[in-house]
Design a binder for this molecule. Structure first.
Ligand SMILES: Cc1ncc(COP(=O)(O)O)c(C=O)c1O
Length: 437
């Protein structure tokens, strides 16, 4: 506790100027300042504000990147902090870790818990959402052989695999259900999703565990988690929630969703360095998740439910700077901006021949991430070809997604540094491609 490093670390944030380390604020662009009298939809259209935001991102000029769903580019202030911390951790090595790592993580967890509006003892830091969700699914210990565990086609591949693995691990019966698909003329509604889950649960009365993905990575659909979780609770069903894409992209409160087990990452929409995730377990439910591979079986701590080994501590230690930058913009403003950028191309695409937009326009059901399919173009090969054409012929980066039961699609995911002009490039490309359909 008396080491040199300790004095440089306050509440999980390293004070700039540690020996031999460049100040984190060097070369940073002007910070974005939100007009407190403006609403998120107004801020969403304030191009001067978003240009200031964009100036804080160093992005490739080789292509227009509308594929920001894989992970989020760090802002320059966060990148600089991460680089500074990497150098510092490398230099101090165990002179830091052996003395101060535990306390450092107490501070980090506290800040992340405040950000998520949960208690510090309800979370642990992980390397990502996959790690958190695999620990939750594999560790959930209230299943008896023969119990049904339910997941959907639009859940994330690794979590679907983990749900299937519960057959081996717990003798459970995994059941996959397929979301309804929109058509060219009919968008999905909240009621469609509620009816879908109600029917799925009615058809599988032995369901004990339900996996939900708040904002799925295939189509960007946001599902009414609070209502589905309440429906599940009425039937004695627990929910594990994948919030990898919603935290930072959508303004919500984890506690209000009514899910006791949640996996999150901070390296998509919050803008942390790669390798930052969170496992959340409601403090009254910690015992329902096994300690990780039976380590410390008596422990009642969330931290005993996950074992990350030696992590990239510099990445985790950059979380305070990440949250500072994120909060300068604000989740509600990020959400509104992404939805606005998305609306620019979707409005046009809906009127184009042969384009089916898979994600509804209802603002409670979509934020920035949206997918489309050319009518009848459902194979991986065809969609790979379309993705490549968009990139090579039109200079627009998107990605092909394989997941929805009805077939593959193309996902478009703008970020905070994208401008309406970037989106217009996609519109022009789609207009040219569909002209000859
Ligand atoms: C819905 C969803 N869940 C989980 C993950 C995995 O997140 P991570 O990379 O943090 O493990 C992703 C990543 O794309 C995702 O889209």
């Amino acid at each position: 506790m008396t080491s040199f490093t300790r004095r440089r670390f306050i509440n999980g944030a390293l004070v700039a100027g540690a020996a031999g380390v460049v100040s984190a604020s060097a070369n940073a662009s002007a910070v974005p300042i939100v007009d407190p009298s403006a609403s998120p939809p107004e801020i969403a259209r304030d191009e001067a504000f978003w240009r200031t935001v964009a100036n804080n991102f160093d992005v490739t000029d080789k292509i227009t990147n509308l594929e920001n769903g894989y992970w989020g580019i760090m802002s320059t202030p966060v990148l600089q902090e991460y680089q500074r911390l990497s150098a510092w951790v490398n230099r101090e090595n165990t002179n830091f870790a052996r003395w101060d790592l535990g306390e450092t993580y107490v501070g980090l967890r506290k800040q992340v818990a405040e950000f998520l509006n949960v208690d510090t003892d309800e979370i642990a830091l992980t390397r990502g959402a996959t790690e958190a969700l695999q620990a939750l699914i594999g560790g959930y210990n209230r299943l008896s052989p023969g119990d049904t565990v339910l997941y959907a086609d639009l859940d994330y591949s690794e979590m679907k695999t983990a749900m299937r693995w519960l057959a081996d691990r717990r003798g459970a019966v995994p059941v996959k259900v397929n979301f309804p698909e929109p058509t060219k003329d009919r968008q999905l509604t909240e009621q469609d999703i509620l009816t879908f889950y109600e029917r799925s649960l009615n058809a599988n009365p032995r369901t004990k565990l339900l996996l939900l993905t708040h904002l799925n990575n295939w189509t960007g659909l946001i599902i009414p988690v609070t209502k589905i979780a309440a429906m599940a609770k009425d039937r004695g069903i627990d929910v594990i929630l994948d919030a990898a894409h919603s935290v930072g992209q959508v303004d919500f409160d984890i506690k209000q969703l009514g899910c006791d087990f949640v996996g999150v990452n901070l390296h998509k929409w919050v803008g942390a360095p790669l390798g930052c995730g969170v496992i959340y377990i409601n403090k009254d439910r910690v015992g329902d998740i096994d300690t990780y591979m039976a380590k410390s079986p008596e422990s009642n701590k969330v931290t005993a439910r996950i074992d990350t080994g030696t992590v990239n501590m510099a990445a985790h230690m950059a979380i305070p700077k990440t949250l500072e930058f994120h909060n300068q913009i604000g989740t509600a403003n990020k959400e509104a901006r992404l939805r606005y950028l998305r609306s620019i191309w979707v409005e046009k695409a809906r009127s184009m021949k042969g384009v089916i937009v898979l994600t509804p326009d209802d603002p409670t059901m979509v934020a920035g991430l949206t997918s489309f399919r050319l009518d009848g173009v459902t194979t991986t090969e065809e969609n790979n070809a379309l993705m490549k054409r968009l990139a090579t012929e039109f200079g627009v980066l998107t990605t092909r997604r394989t997941g929805p039961s009805a077939g593959d699609c193309i996902r478009v995911t703008p970020s905070f540094y994208n401008s309406p002009d970037d989106i217009h490039k996609l519109v022009e490309a789609l207009a040219k491609i569909t002209r000859n359909l």
